[in-house]
Design a protein around this ligand. Structure first.
Ligand SMILES: *Cc1c(COP(=O)(O)O)cnc(C)c1O
Length: 529
């Protein structure tokens, strides 16, 4: 097979799958360069504090279990009565920073969230030990209160929705997305042939899932473009004036564009919801904490919006699989289910009759939980309790700062900012210093770079003579650098995504050098043709 044929085959694959192919090439690159993978969004940092606290709570849990049975390696169950006092005597906050964090976090749950300390400590302790099924299935009681406070403080920008917001913790944002598509379909809120709007370019699954024959949804693109620095224009949002559009799916701040919706965009969405109160919105805010003063679409349209969040990126926790779906107690999904044709409602009542006494009143968020385990296993559904408690502990590392700057979040932001700066400086490209720019990813337009460093004739030569993945392919195979193809995300040909998350700072200068070096080689060919 010629390189061109290989490239044409590659272009059929999804962006993440192309990237996997490139990794193999890059590991054995022709120049024997160090192999640099800036394709994936997996961070190369971790939050230590919450992990140490988890560990400490396991130790405490074992000491508690010994109170009821202590027979070799076999311990007993924990007892709630007095458990907070036991933990206080166990902790040594004056000479152990982790213990100090745990006591501070507990005080916060009591003074700010008005939670009962024995209840919280018992939930944390049993949770980390994992000795009970998740009960209630959807989410543990105090866990929901703590997570919804975290979401309110980090993503809603002053709009307090902590009380009416319900949470369903999931196996990462990944499971949240799968469960949402599935339950919207099962409950006839989205039917084959329905129109859904998507802000593009977007995280590839949002483009791939709707076209699967299980769904057959029609996509309407709300495009953000390079000319507009990947920000979405109000005129694109106004496409939602078409009332036949049932749902809006968005990633905010965007992946791969990295930009958050600005105030004008949020106001425009609010107007669209007022005009079409049945609009279903799904917002994926996994990068929200990387933008100062970020505000989620959930905060401005809470009754219409399902929020997807993940702890993966900020806390460096992709292996833990920690995500969630959040929804307002009073929401359009429950209302739309009540308005379905009576035949459809009867079928749904039959579907969920094994789960609840009054299935017609079963809220959409509970249907998500039931559907996630094929309805029949509703009673053993729910995220594992250790995972739920890990979400709680990550949330508390932020909450204890009580509105003051959280040094951890600042450090994480500084890391991606530094890498972004090094990349752009070395490429000789102007940085986008907009407040909305999370800088978690950068989109580089190879054709634009060719024109900027050389001329328009060279740009045209590249565009006309090579497969769209040719540059990406050669960058891996020759130079050992793996980036991601923007086309898979719905961007134009020649746009490459670089992740600022997963390589040491100094590598971003090297990546820029390799890009320029390869571009210079293409230019030599162009001149000698
Ligand atoms: C990384 C990412 C996810 C997946 O999150 P996990 O919790 O790791 O499954 C979801 N949405 C977007 C936009 C992402 O970039």
């Amino acid at each position: 097979m010629t390189q061109r044929e290989t490239e044409q085959q590659l272009e059929q694959l999804g962006a993440f799958e192309i990237s996997d192919e490139m990794l193999t090439l890059a590991r054995h690159n022709a120049k024997s360069n160090v192999f640099l993978n800036a394709g994936r969004g997996n961070p190369n940092w971790i939050n230590k504090q919450a992990r140490l606290a988890f560990n400490r709570l396991v130790e405490f849990g074992i000491s508690e279990s010994n109170r009821t049975i202590n027979d070799g390696n076999l311990g007993g169950y924990t007892i709630k009565d007095g458990i907070y006092d036991h933990l206080i005597s166990f902790l040594q906050p004056t000479n152990n920073a982790t213990d100090a964090f745990i006591s501070q976090a507990l005080q916060y749950t009591n003074t700010h969230l008005k939670l009962n300390l024995d209840d919280v400590v018992h939930e944390l302790t049993d949770g980390v030990l994992g000795n009970n099924y998740p009960v209630p299935s959807r989410v543990l009681y105090n866990t929901e209160r703590i997570i919804s406070s975290y979401l309110t403080k980090t993503l809603f920008h002053g709009v307090d929705l902590s009380t009416p917001t319900q949470i369903f913790p999931t196996e990462g944002g990944t499971a949240a997305i799968v469960y949402l598509f599935n339950s919207l379909r099962e409950n006839h809120l989205l039917e084959p042939g329905d129109k859904i709007a998507i802000n593009t370019p977007i995280f590839t699954p949002y483009l791939q899932i709707p076209t699967l024959n299980d769904y057959e949804l029609q996509e309407i693109d709300l495009r953000s473009t390079e000319e507009n620095n990947w920000e979405i224009k109000v005129s694109e949002i106004e496409k939602l004036k078409d009332k036949t559009i049932k749902a809006l799916f968005l990633v905010n701040p965007s992946n791969p564009g990295a930009m958050a919706f600005d105030h004008a965009a949020l106001v425009a969405i609010q107007k669209m919801v007022t005009a079409n109160p049945n609009l279903i919105i799904i917002t994926d805010d996994v990068y929200g904490t990387f933008v100062d003063d970020f505000q989620s679409v959930y905060a401005i349209a809470p009754h219409n919006t399902l929020l997807v969040y993940s702890y993966s990126k900020l806390f460096g926790a992709t292996g833990w699989r920690l995500g969630l779906i959040a929804a307002h107690r009073d929401n359009v999904f429950d209302r739309l289910i009540q308005q379905l044709p009576s035949k459809t409602q009867a079928l749904l009542n039959h579907r969920y009759a094994i789960n609840v006494v009054n299935p017609s009143q079963m809220p959409f968020i509970e249907r998500l939980v039931a559907d996630s385990r094929s309805v029949g296993l509703y009673h053993t559904a729910g995220l594992s309790t250790p995972q739920q408690i890990m979400e709680v502990l990550f949330s508390l590392t932020y909450l204890i700062h009580d509105g003051q700057t959280d040094p951890y979040i600042e450090t994480a932001k500084q890391i991606v900012h530094r890498r972004y700066h090094l990349l752009y400086q070395n490429l000789g490209l102007p940085e986008n210093i907009s407040r909305q720019n999370s800088k978690y990813y950068a989109l580089i337009d190879i054709y634009q770079l060719a024109e900027l460093r050389y001329d328009a004739a060279f740009r045209d030569y590249l565009a006309e003579n090579f497969e769209q993945v040719d540059f990406l392919y050669n960058l891996s195979q020759k130079n050992g650098v793996v980036l991601m193809d923007g086309v898979g995300f719905g961007a134009e040909a020649g746009i490459l995504r670089i992740s600022q998350a997963n390589l040491p700072d100094e590598d971003y200068g090297l990546i820029a050098q390799q890009i320029l070096e390869l571009l210079a080689e293409y230019h030599t060919h162009f001149k000698c043709r």
